[in-house]
Design a protein around this ligand. Sequence first.
Ligand code: SAH
Length: 345
Amino acid sequence: MKTDIKSLTFSQLNNEVAALSLPKFRAKQIFEWLHKYGVSSFDEMTNISKELRSKLDKSYFISSVEIEDKYVSAIDGTVKYLFRLYDGEYIESVIMKYKYGYSICVSSQVGCKMGCKFCASTLAGFKRNLLAGELESQLHKAQSDLGVRISNIVLMGIGEPLDNYDNVLCFIRNVNDENGLNISMRNITLSTCGIVPKIYELMNEELPITLTISLHAPNDEIRSRTMPVNDKWGIDEVVNACRDYIEKTGRRVSFEYTLINGVNDTAQCAEELSEKLKGLLCHVNLIPVNDVEERGNVRSSDGAMFAFQQILKNNGINATIRRTLGSDINASCGQLRRKKNEVGK
Ligand code: SAH
């Protein structure tokens, strides 16, 4: 079995290169080809001898993703890719243009085990974790196809990033590396449904990334109705982990709150949420639920959303309503993979 050379950190690659009795500068050259230029074959590494290239080819492979489909929103230019993996599986990524530049939403797993009731990613089942190199290849493929530089990353595509912890951390370190894409940690956001022990593990890495929690409810009763993970780690455990995270890292935490009509969008919910988050250095992102065919959730009215936001604000909690991008191309993740799998059946 060959090792994925793109899923090694720079220091791991240095060790491998030393074990092959090669000079140190080779590691830097190889790392740059893989991560700065995103090559998908050893033959493209033109400043490396043919001999060494074939030697590398014997022990390693270079993970990648291939464009299967591409959708461009006629409304706002948001681009969505359906990527094919080496084993025939599919994942999705979305590229959004903001005033400050391009942002990519990457997938971290093929499917998801978390089972959130409103989410499309769970419907097609969990298959496997993505390799660090497959996470990064989503950027390389999108950048070269669109001819742009991506400056921001959100780990909000298919999958639960903290359920693929080691590979996600390797990915974050590699895209941040100055010999690679050199993307600032401050421009990276990791979103989790609340795997508490992993939040603590992440805290101890002391990375200046932004942590986002998918909260979606103000109490255990409502949260457990839509998010099975809440039965394992309840809302208070999650919020306490965030409090510790903020204290240790000094970084603001964000909470995602998807508003579903009649489920979690009442004034009482807003009051209860304010109470839960009181005194935390945080921000709440209110998101109109995206109606996934099989899920049958109805988005809250604009009036209910504004009222909810106003209550949070009156209670001193920073809250914004997220703008919807790419609504004409099923931009929320999980939807394309699911459709593709259905067609393939
Ligand atoms: N597993 C991680 C990463 C996925 S992020 C997490 O749970 O945070 C994707 C975000 O979109 C999460 O906040 C998720 O709860 C939210 N989401 C999923 N389905 C949605 C839908 N139908 N409408 C709006 N938001 C949704």
